[in-house]
Design a binder for this molecule. Structure first.
Ligand code: NAD
Length: 464
């Protein structure tokens, strides 16, 4: 479904009208296209005194060949040079230069007074980030802090980043990466993702990165080569986009959907040279059937629980059947399938599971008590399964906001318009935005991400 308001706001008449009436002007977001580099433009790198991730960040900037600069910070330049990153000198106060990304290592911030260093680095630069630019703050997971003062100051970073995400317009995003002290070598997949156009509709988010000993040499062009993925609900909408993106990144994808969708399902599977599995995930033996289908493909490396339904009614008007079917398909079926896969060694080593939640599961939503319960349950499933998994396996969730699909096309016009505009980007996301986040969690290099809930919502005001 096209966003006619967005198209109108970019026409000469629309620009005039929206400006004069103070209406939102949704920016055109730069999205990933094949062969787009991670970053097109210069990066300014800064760090608080005594920060511990400078070498790790420098290594990633060197790996992606970023045109990188530092302000007046010879120590930072020296540390970066040790890993082969040449940080050009930037004269703070030069108002002409534009940056595609600002990266700040805030891990050295040990007490509230040190937060002043955020102001000192970012304040002069707020008007110098280019369209669809990126702001990334790297902090220390407050749970790992040594003192209350350090945990407090690190926790404060969230308010700062979420505010910048709201202030920076033009499709600029801001994210916070909390990294465990021993996880410096596990930042690369996250930094690449948040810096690149793949994260176009994600802003104001926090990712937690832990140590993963299994870091491997990665083919960043085809990170999923040789992997087998299962995507449920793959015949249309977000599921079809997930299947396409995982296949683009090299995976063989088993596309699953209900038998009634067989024709569309087969078309997607053919398009991406994957396979089709017509199956209702609410069937008691769904896990067994999935396992049987995966066996001829060498077992499962990636499982994406995307299939989901809505049956919206206020609780006062909701028939029991609408409650039961939503809870069963959106939550209980995932539990049953995971239980079967995990208890029958149905997942390969370093498997990646990704579940689709929703901001309704975070914020709750009028008329969606059944759906929001199921999607909050998905968050619980991810958070409480993560620490129980065998070493190397991960489970994460993506929580979409308002995404243009057949599911949201059925929402009444006024509510649909509100859903589209109530976020920092003043527009709905696209299925590809959710798919890119899933492909990022599915990468072998994302082993340090376990138990994360990543919102793909343009920083929706719901549940923020
Ligand atoms: P959609 O209705 O377009 O697609 C869902 C797919 O799941 C359909 O192909 C459907 O046939 C399949 N499916 C439903 N029940 C199934 C079952 N029992 N077994 C197998 N397949 C089944 O929906 P969408 O908008 O693409 O949503 C995909 C996921 O994203 C869902 O989990 C949804 O709750 C979630 N989500 C969507 C949005 C949004 O704005 N579109 C927002 C938040 C979360």
């Amino acid at each position: 479904m096209t966003d006619q308001y967005q198209n109108f706001s970019h026409s000469p008449l629309g620009q005039f009208v929206t400006k004069n009436l103070g209406l939102p002007q949704p920016p055109k977001l730069q999205r990933f296209e094949r062969a787009t580099p991670v970053l097109e433009g210069a990066v300014l790198f800064g760090a608080a005194a005594n920060s511990i991730f400078v070498a790790g960040i420098s290594q990633v900037l060197a790996n992606i060949h970023a045109n990188s600069y530092a302000g007046n910070n010879p120590k930072l330049q020296q540390l970066a040079a040790r890993v082969g990153l040449n940080l050009g000198a930037f004269n703070i106060g030069d108002k002409e230069s534009k940056f595609k990304a600002l990266i700040f290592d805030a891990s050295g911030i040990a007490q509230s007074q040190d937060l002043q260093q955020l102001y000192a680095f970012f304040q002069p630069l707020m008007r110098q980030v280019s369209a669809s630019g990126r702001v990334v703050v790297v902090g220390l997971n407050p749970q790992q802090a040594k003192t209350v003062a350090q945990a407090t100051a690190q926790r404060a970073l969230q308010g700062f980043v979420k505010s910048l995400a709201k202030e920076l317009k033009k499709g600029i995003t801001a994210q916070l990466l909390y990294v465990d002290p021993d996880a410096e070598g596990n930042m690369e997949s996250s930094l690449r993702f948040v810096l690149s156009p793949r994260s176009a509709y994600i802003s104001g988010q926090v990712l937690y990165i832990q140590h993963d000993a299994q870091v491997q040499h990665m083919d960043w062009q085809q990170p999923l080569l040789g992997k087998t993925a299962l995507v449920t609900g793959a015949s249309r909408g977000i599921g079809a986009a997930i299947a396409q993106v995982l296949a683009r990144d090299g995976a063989h994808v088993i596309c699953l959907d209900i038998p009634a969708q067989q024709q569309d399902l087969q078309a997607i599977a053919n398009q991406i040279k994957g396979s089709a599995l017509a199956l209702d995930i609410s069937q008691a033996n769904a896990g067994m059937q999935i396992l049987a289908a995966a066996q001829s493909q060498g077992g499962l490396d990636i499982v994406v629980h995307n299939a989901g339904i809505t049956r919206d009614k206020t609780l006062a008007n909701m028939p029991q059947q609408a409650w039961d079917v939503v809870l069963d398909i959106n939550l209980s079926a995932i539990e049953r399938i995971n239980h079967h896969l995990l208890s029958h060694q149905g997942l390969n080593a370093q498997a990646r599971m990704v579940c689709i939640s929703s901001i309704s599961g975070i914020a709750g939503n009028m008329g969606q008590s059944n759906y929001a319960t199921s999607k909050a349950g998905v968050i619980g499933l991810v958070e409480y399964t993560a620490p129980t998994l065998a070493q190397g396996m991960t489970i994460n969730a993506v929580a979409p906001g308002f995404i243009e699909t057949q599911m949201t096309a059925t929402i009444p016009f006024a509510i649909r318009e509100a859903g589209r505009r109530m976020n920092a980007m003043s527009q709905a996301g696209l299925p590809i935005d959710v798919a890119e986040a899933i492909a990022f969690f599915a990468q072998p290099a994302s082993g340090g991400l376990n138990g994360n809930i990543l919102r793909v919502c343009g920083q929706s005001i719901l549940g923020a």
